[in-house]
Design a protein around this ligand. Structure first.
Ligand code: SF4
Ligand code: SF4
Length: 437
């Protein structure tokens, strides 16, 4: 019986980490449904991007208020969780504040004192975030795609953080030996009077309850991430590493199309030549994307990383002028469809069973795709290097090259280019008529 709490702790820890690992495995499996991309280039630039954008939060501070609040929550939350190390060791070994035994009192006091100050700052930042979403109602949080689960998700995580920070401070305030040591209780000492008159047993019970709820809360939080936009806490790092390193305006050409164009321009080429040896039965690759399996792995990683912050949509000229397009919705739809495909695979013994649905049409409409001006403002605005435009362009490519389903104006323009060498419907012979005017 003496070891019962330690055994219980170990079981909870294994279950919490095990379920998280299972979901991460699923996430990697889902991302691998996309095409492989060679991202072995520009290694030093990629590492620098990750350090600057994900770790240094460089793009967050472009909007200073939100950026500062986010940095407080991010730094505070990560640093305070160092405390979890001590909780885990105590839980497994049955010790109490093992750091107090092994670290000099001044170092331990400095660490816990810093955690307490950060906990208060996180509480203030979280309350400000809650007010922005629920009282001030910032426009970018009020869009249609933020109805329902995305709205609840944004609030749930704030409540989580409030509860975890409060539990941490209560745990410290009711820990009699910690308070008597008098080092590191910079904030919790002011909470001690709240518990005046409580018997030592009651204080111990409150301290133990806060301790257990704190660690269980952290494990629940960890597992909640997979179902939440807060997966970006983890995925921002790989996502910024794999983010685009080429100039934003550069579009990728399809190898098959480039080969065709080269063939057309080569006067010695034989258009009726037999396919190269070994390529007789090769099925031509699908042009563009109509479903998540046609996208590449970085695009799918992007979808899981999206924080749903709406910075992209708030800078999108199409959205600002009342068009139906929202780059944030493009990313949310891609993730939703990817999750749907993943669940389909799980339910069918590892094989995807055709479900009569696809990303194009069932989630993202033609109208949204054609509203895009390809300006790249969304890519520039994204604080975690997501590229909604690349998904839009791949889906447009599918519409044009597989379905000839471009809007009439575009089809006319493309026909003119093909026939007249210019987008306008005038004969090439009339090109120089302007000089006779
Ligand atoms: S590239 Fe398209 S989706 Fe992105 S901001 Fe410009 S118009 Fe909007
Ligand atoms: S794509 Fe980037 S900017 Fe847009 S909502 Fe997602 S994280 Fe925010």
């Amino acid at each position: 019986m003496e070891y019962l709490p330690n055994i219980l702790f170990a079981i909870i820890l294994i279950l919490g980490i095990g379920y998280f690992a299972k979901n991460i495995k699923k996430l990697i499996r889902n991302i691998k449904l996309g095409h492989e991309v060679d991202a072995s280039d520009h290694k030093s630039q990629r590492w620098a991007n990750m350090a600057r954008i994900a770790l240094g939060q460089s793009k967050m501070v472009k909007r200073p208020v939100a950026g500062l609040l986010h940095i407080i929550v991010y730094v505070g939350f990560i640093i305070i969780n160092i405390e979890v190390l001590e909780i885990i060791i105590d839980g497994l070994l049955g010790t109490h504040r093992i750091g107090q035994e092994f670290l000099p009192a001044s170092v331990y006091g400095f660490l816990i004192g810093s955690f307490e100050i950060l906990a208060v700052l996180v509480l203030v930042a979280v309350i400000a975030f809650w007010l922005r979403r629920n009282v001030i109602k910032l426009r970018r949080f009020m869009a249609n795609e933020m109805e329902g689960w995305p709205k609840s998700d944004g609030n749930i995580i704030l409540y989580f953080e409030v509860v975890l920070m409060c539990l941490f401070l209560i745990m410290n305030a009711t820990d009699t030996s910690f308070q008597l040591a008098g080092s590191g209780n910079v904030v919790s000492q002011f909470m001690v009077p709240w518990f005046n008159g409580f018997s030592p047993d009651t204080l111990h019970l409150i301290e133990r309850t806060a301790w257990w709820l704190h660690i269980v809360g952290i494990l629940v939080f960890l597992n909640y991430l997979y179902f939440s936009k807060h997966l970006h806490i983890l995925l921002a790092f790989p996502n910024t590493y794999y983010g685009r390193v080429e100039p934003k305006g550069k579009f990728n050409n399809l190898d098959a199309v480039t080969a065709e164009v080269k063939l057309m321009m080569d006067p010695d080429a034989d258009p009726f030549a037999a396919p190269a040896e070994g390529k007789e039965d090769e099925v031509p690759a699908k042009f563009g994307a109509s479903d998540v399996m046609d996208l590449n792995q970085i695009q799918l990683l992007n979808a899981y990383t999206c924080t749903e912050c709406g910075r992209c949509t708030s800078e999108c000229p199409a959205n600002l002028t009342g068009k139906k397009l929202s780059p944030r919705k493009i990313m949310m739809d891609t993730r939703d469809r990817l999750e749907e495909v993943g669940k389909n695979i799980d339910a069918n013994n590892g094989e995807f069973k055709e479900d009569g649905k696809q990303l194009l049409g069932d989630y993202i409409t033609h109208e949204e795709l054609w509203a895009c001006t390809t300006c790249n403002a969304c890519v520039e605005a994204c604080p975690v290097s997501i590229n909604p435009l690349s998904i839009i362009m791949d889906m447009r490519r599918y519409l044009v090259m597989e379905q000839s389903a471009a809007p009439m104006e575009l089809n006319n323009m493309m026909t003119n280019i093909e026939n007249n060498g210019a987008p306008w419907p005038y004969n090439q012979m009339d090109r120089l008529n302007w000089k006779d005017e």
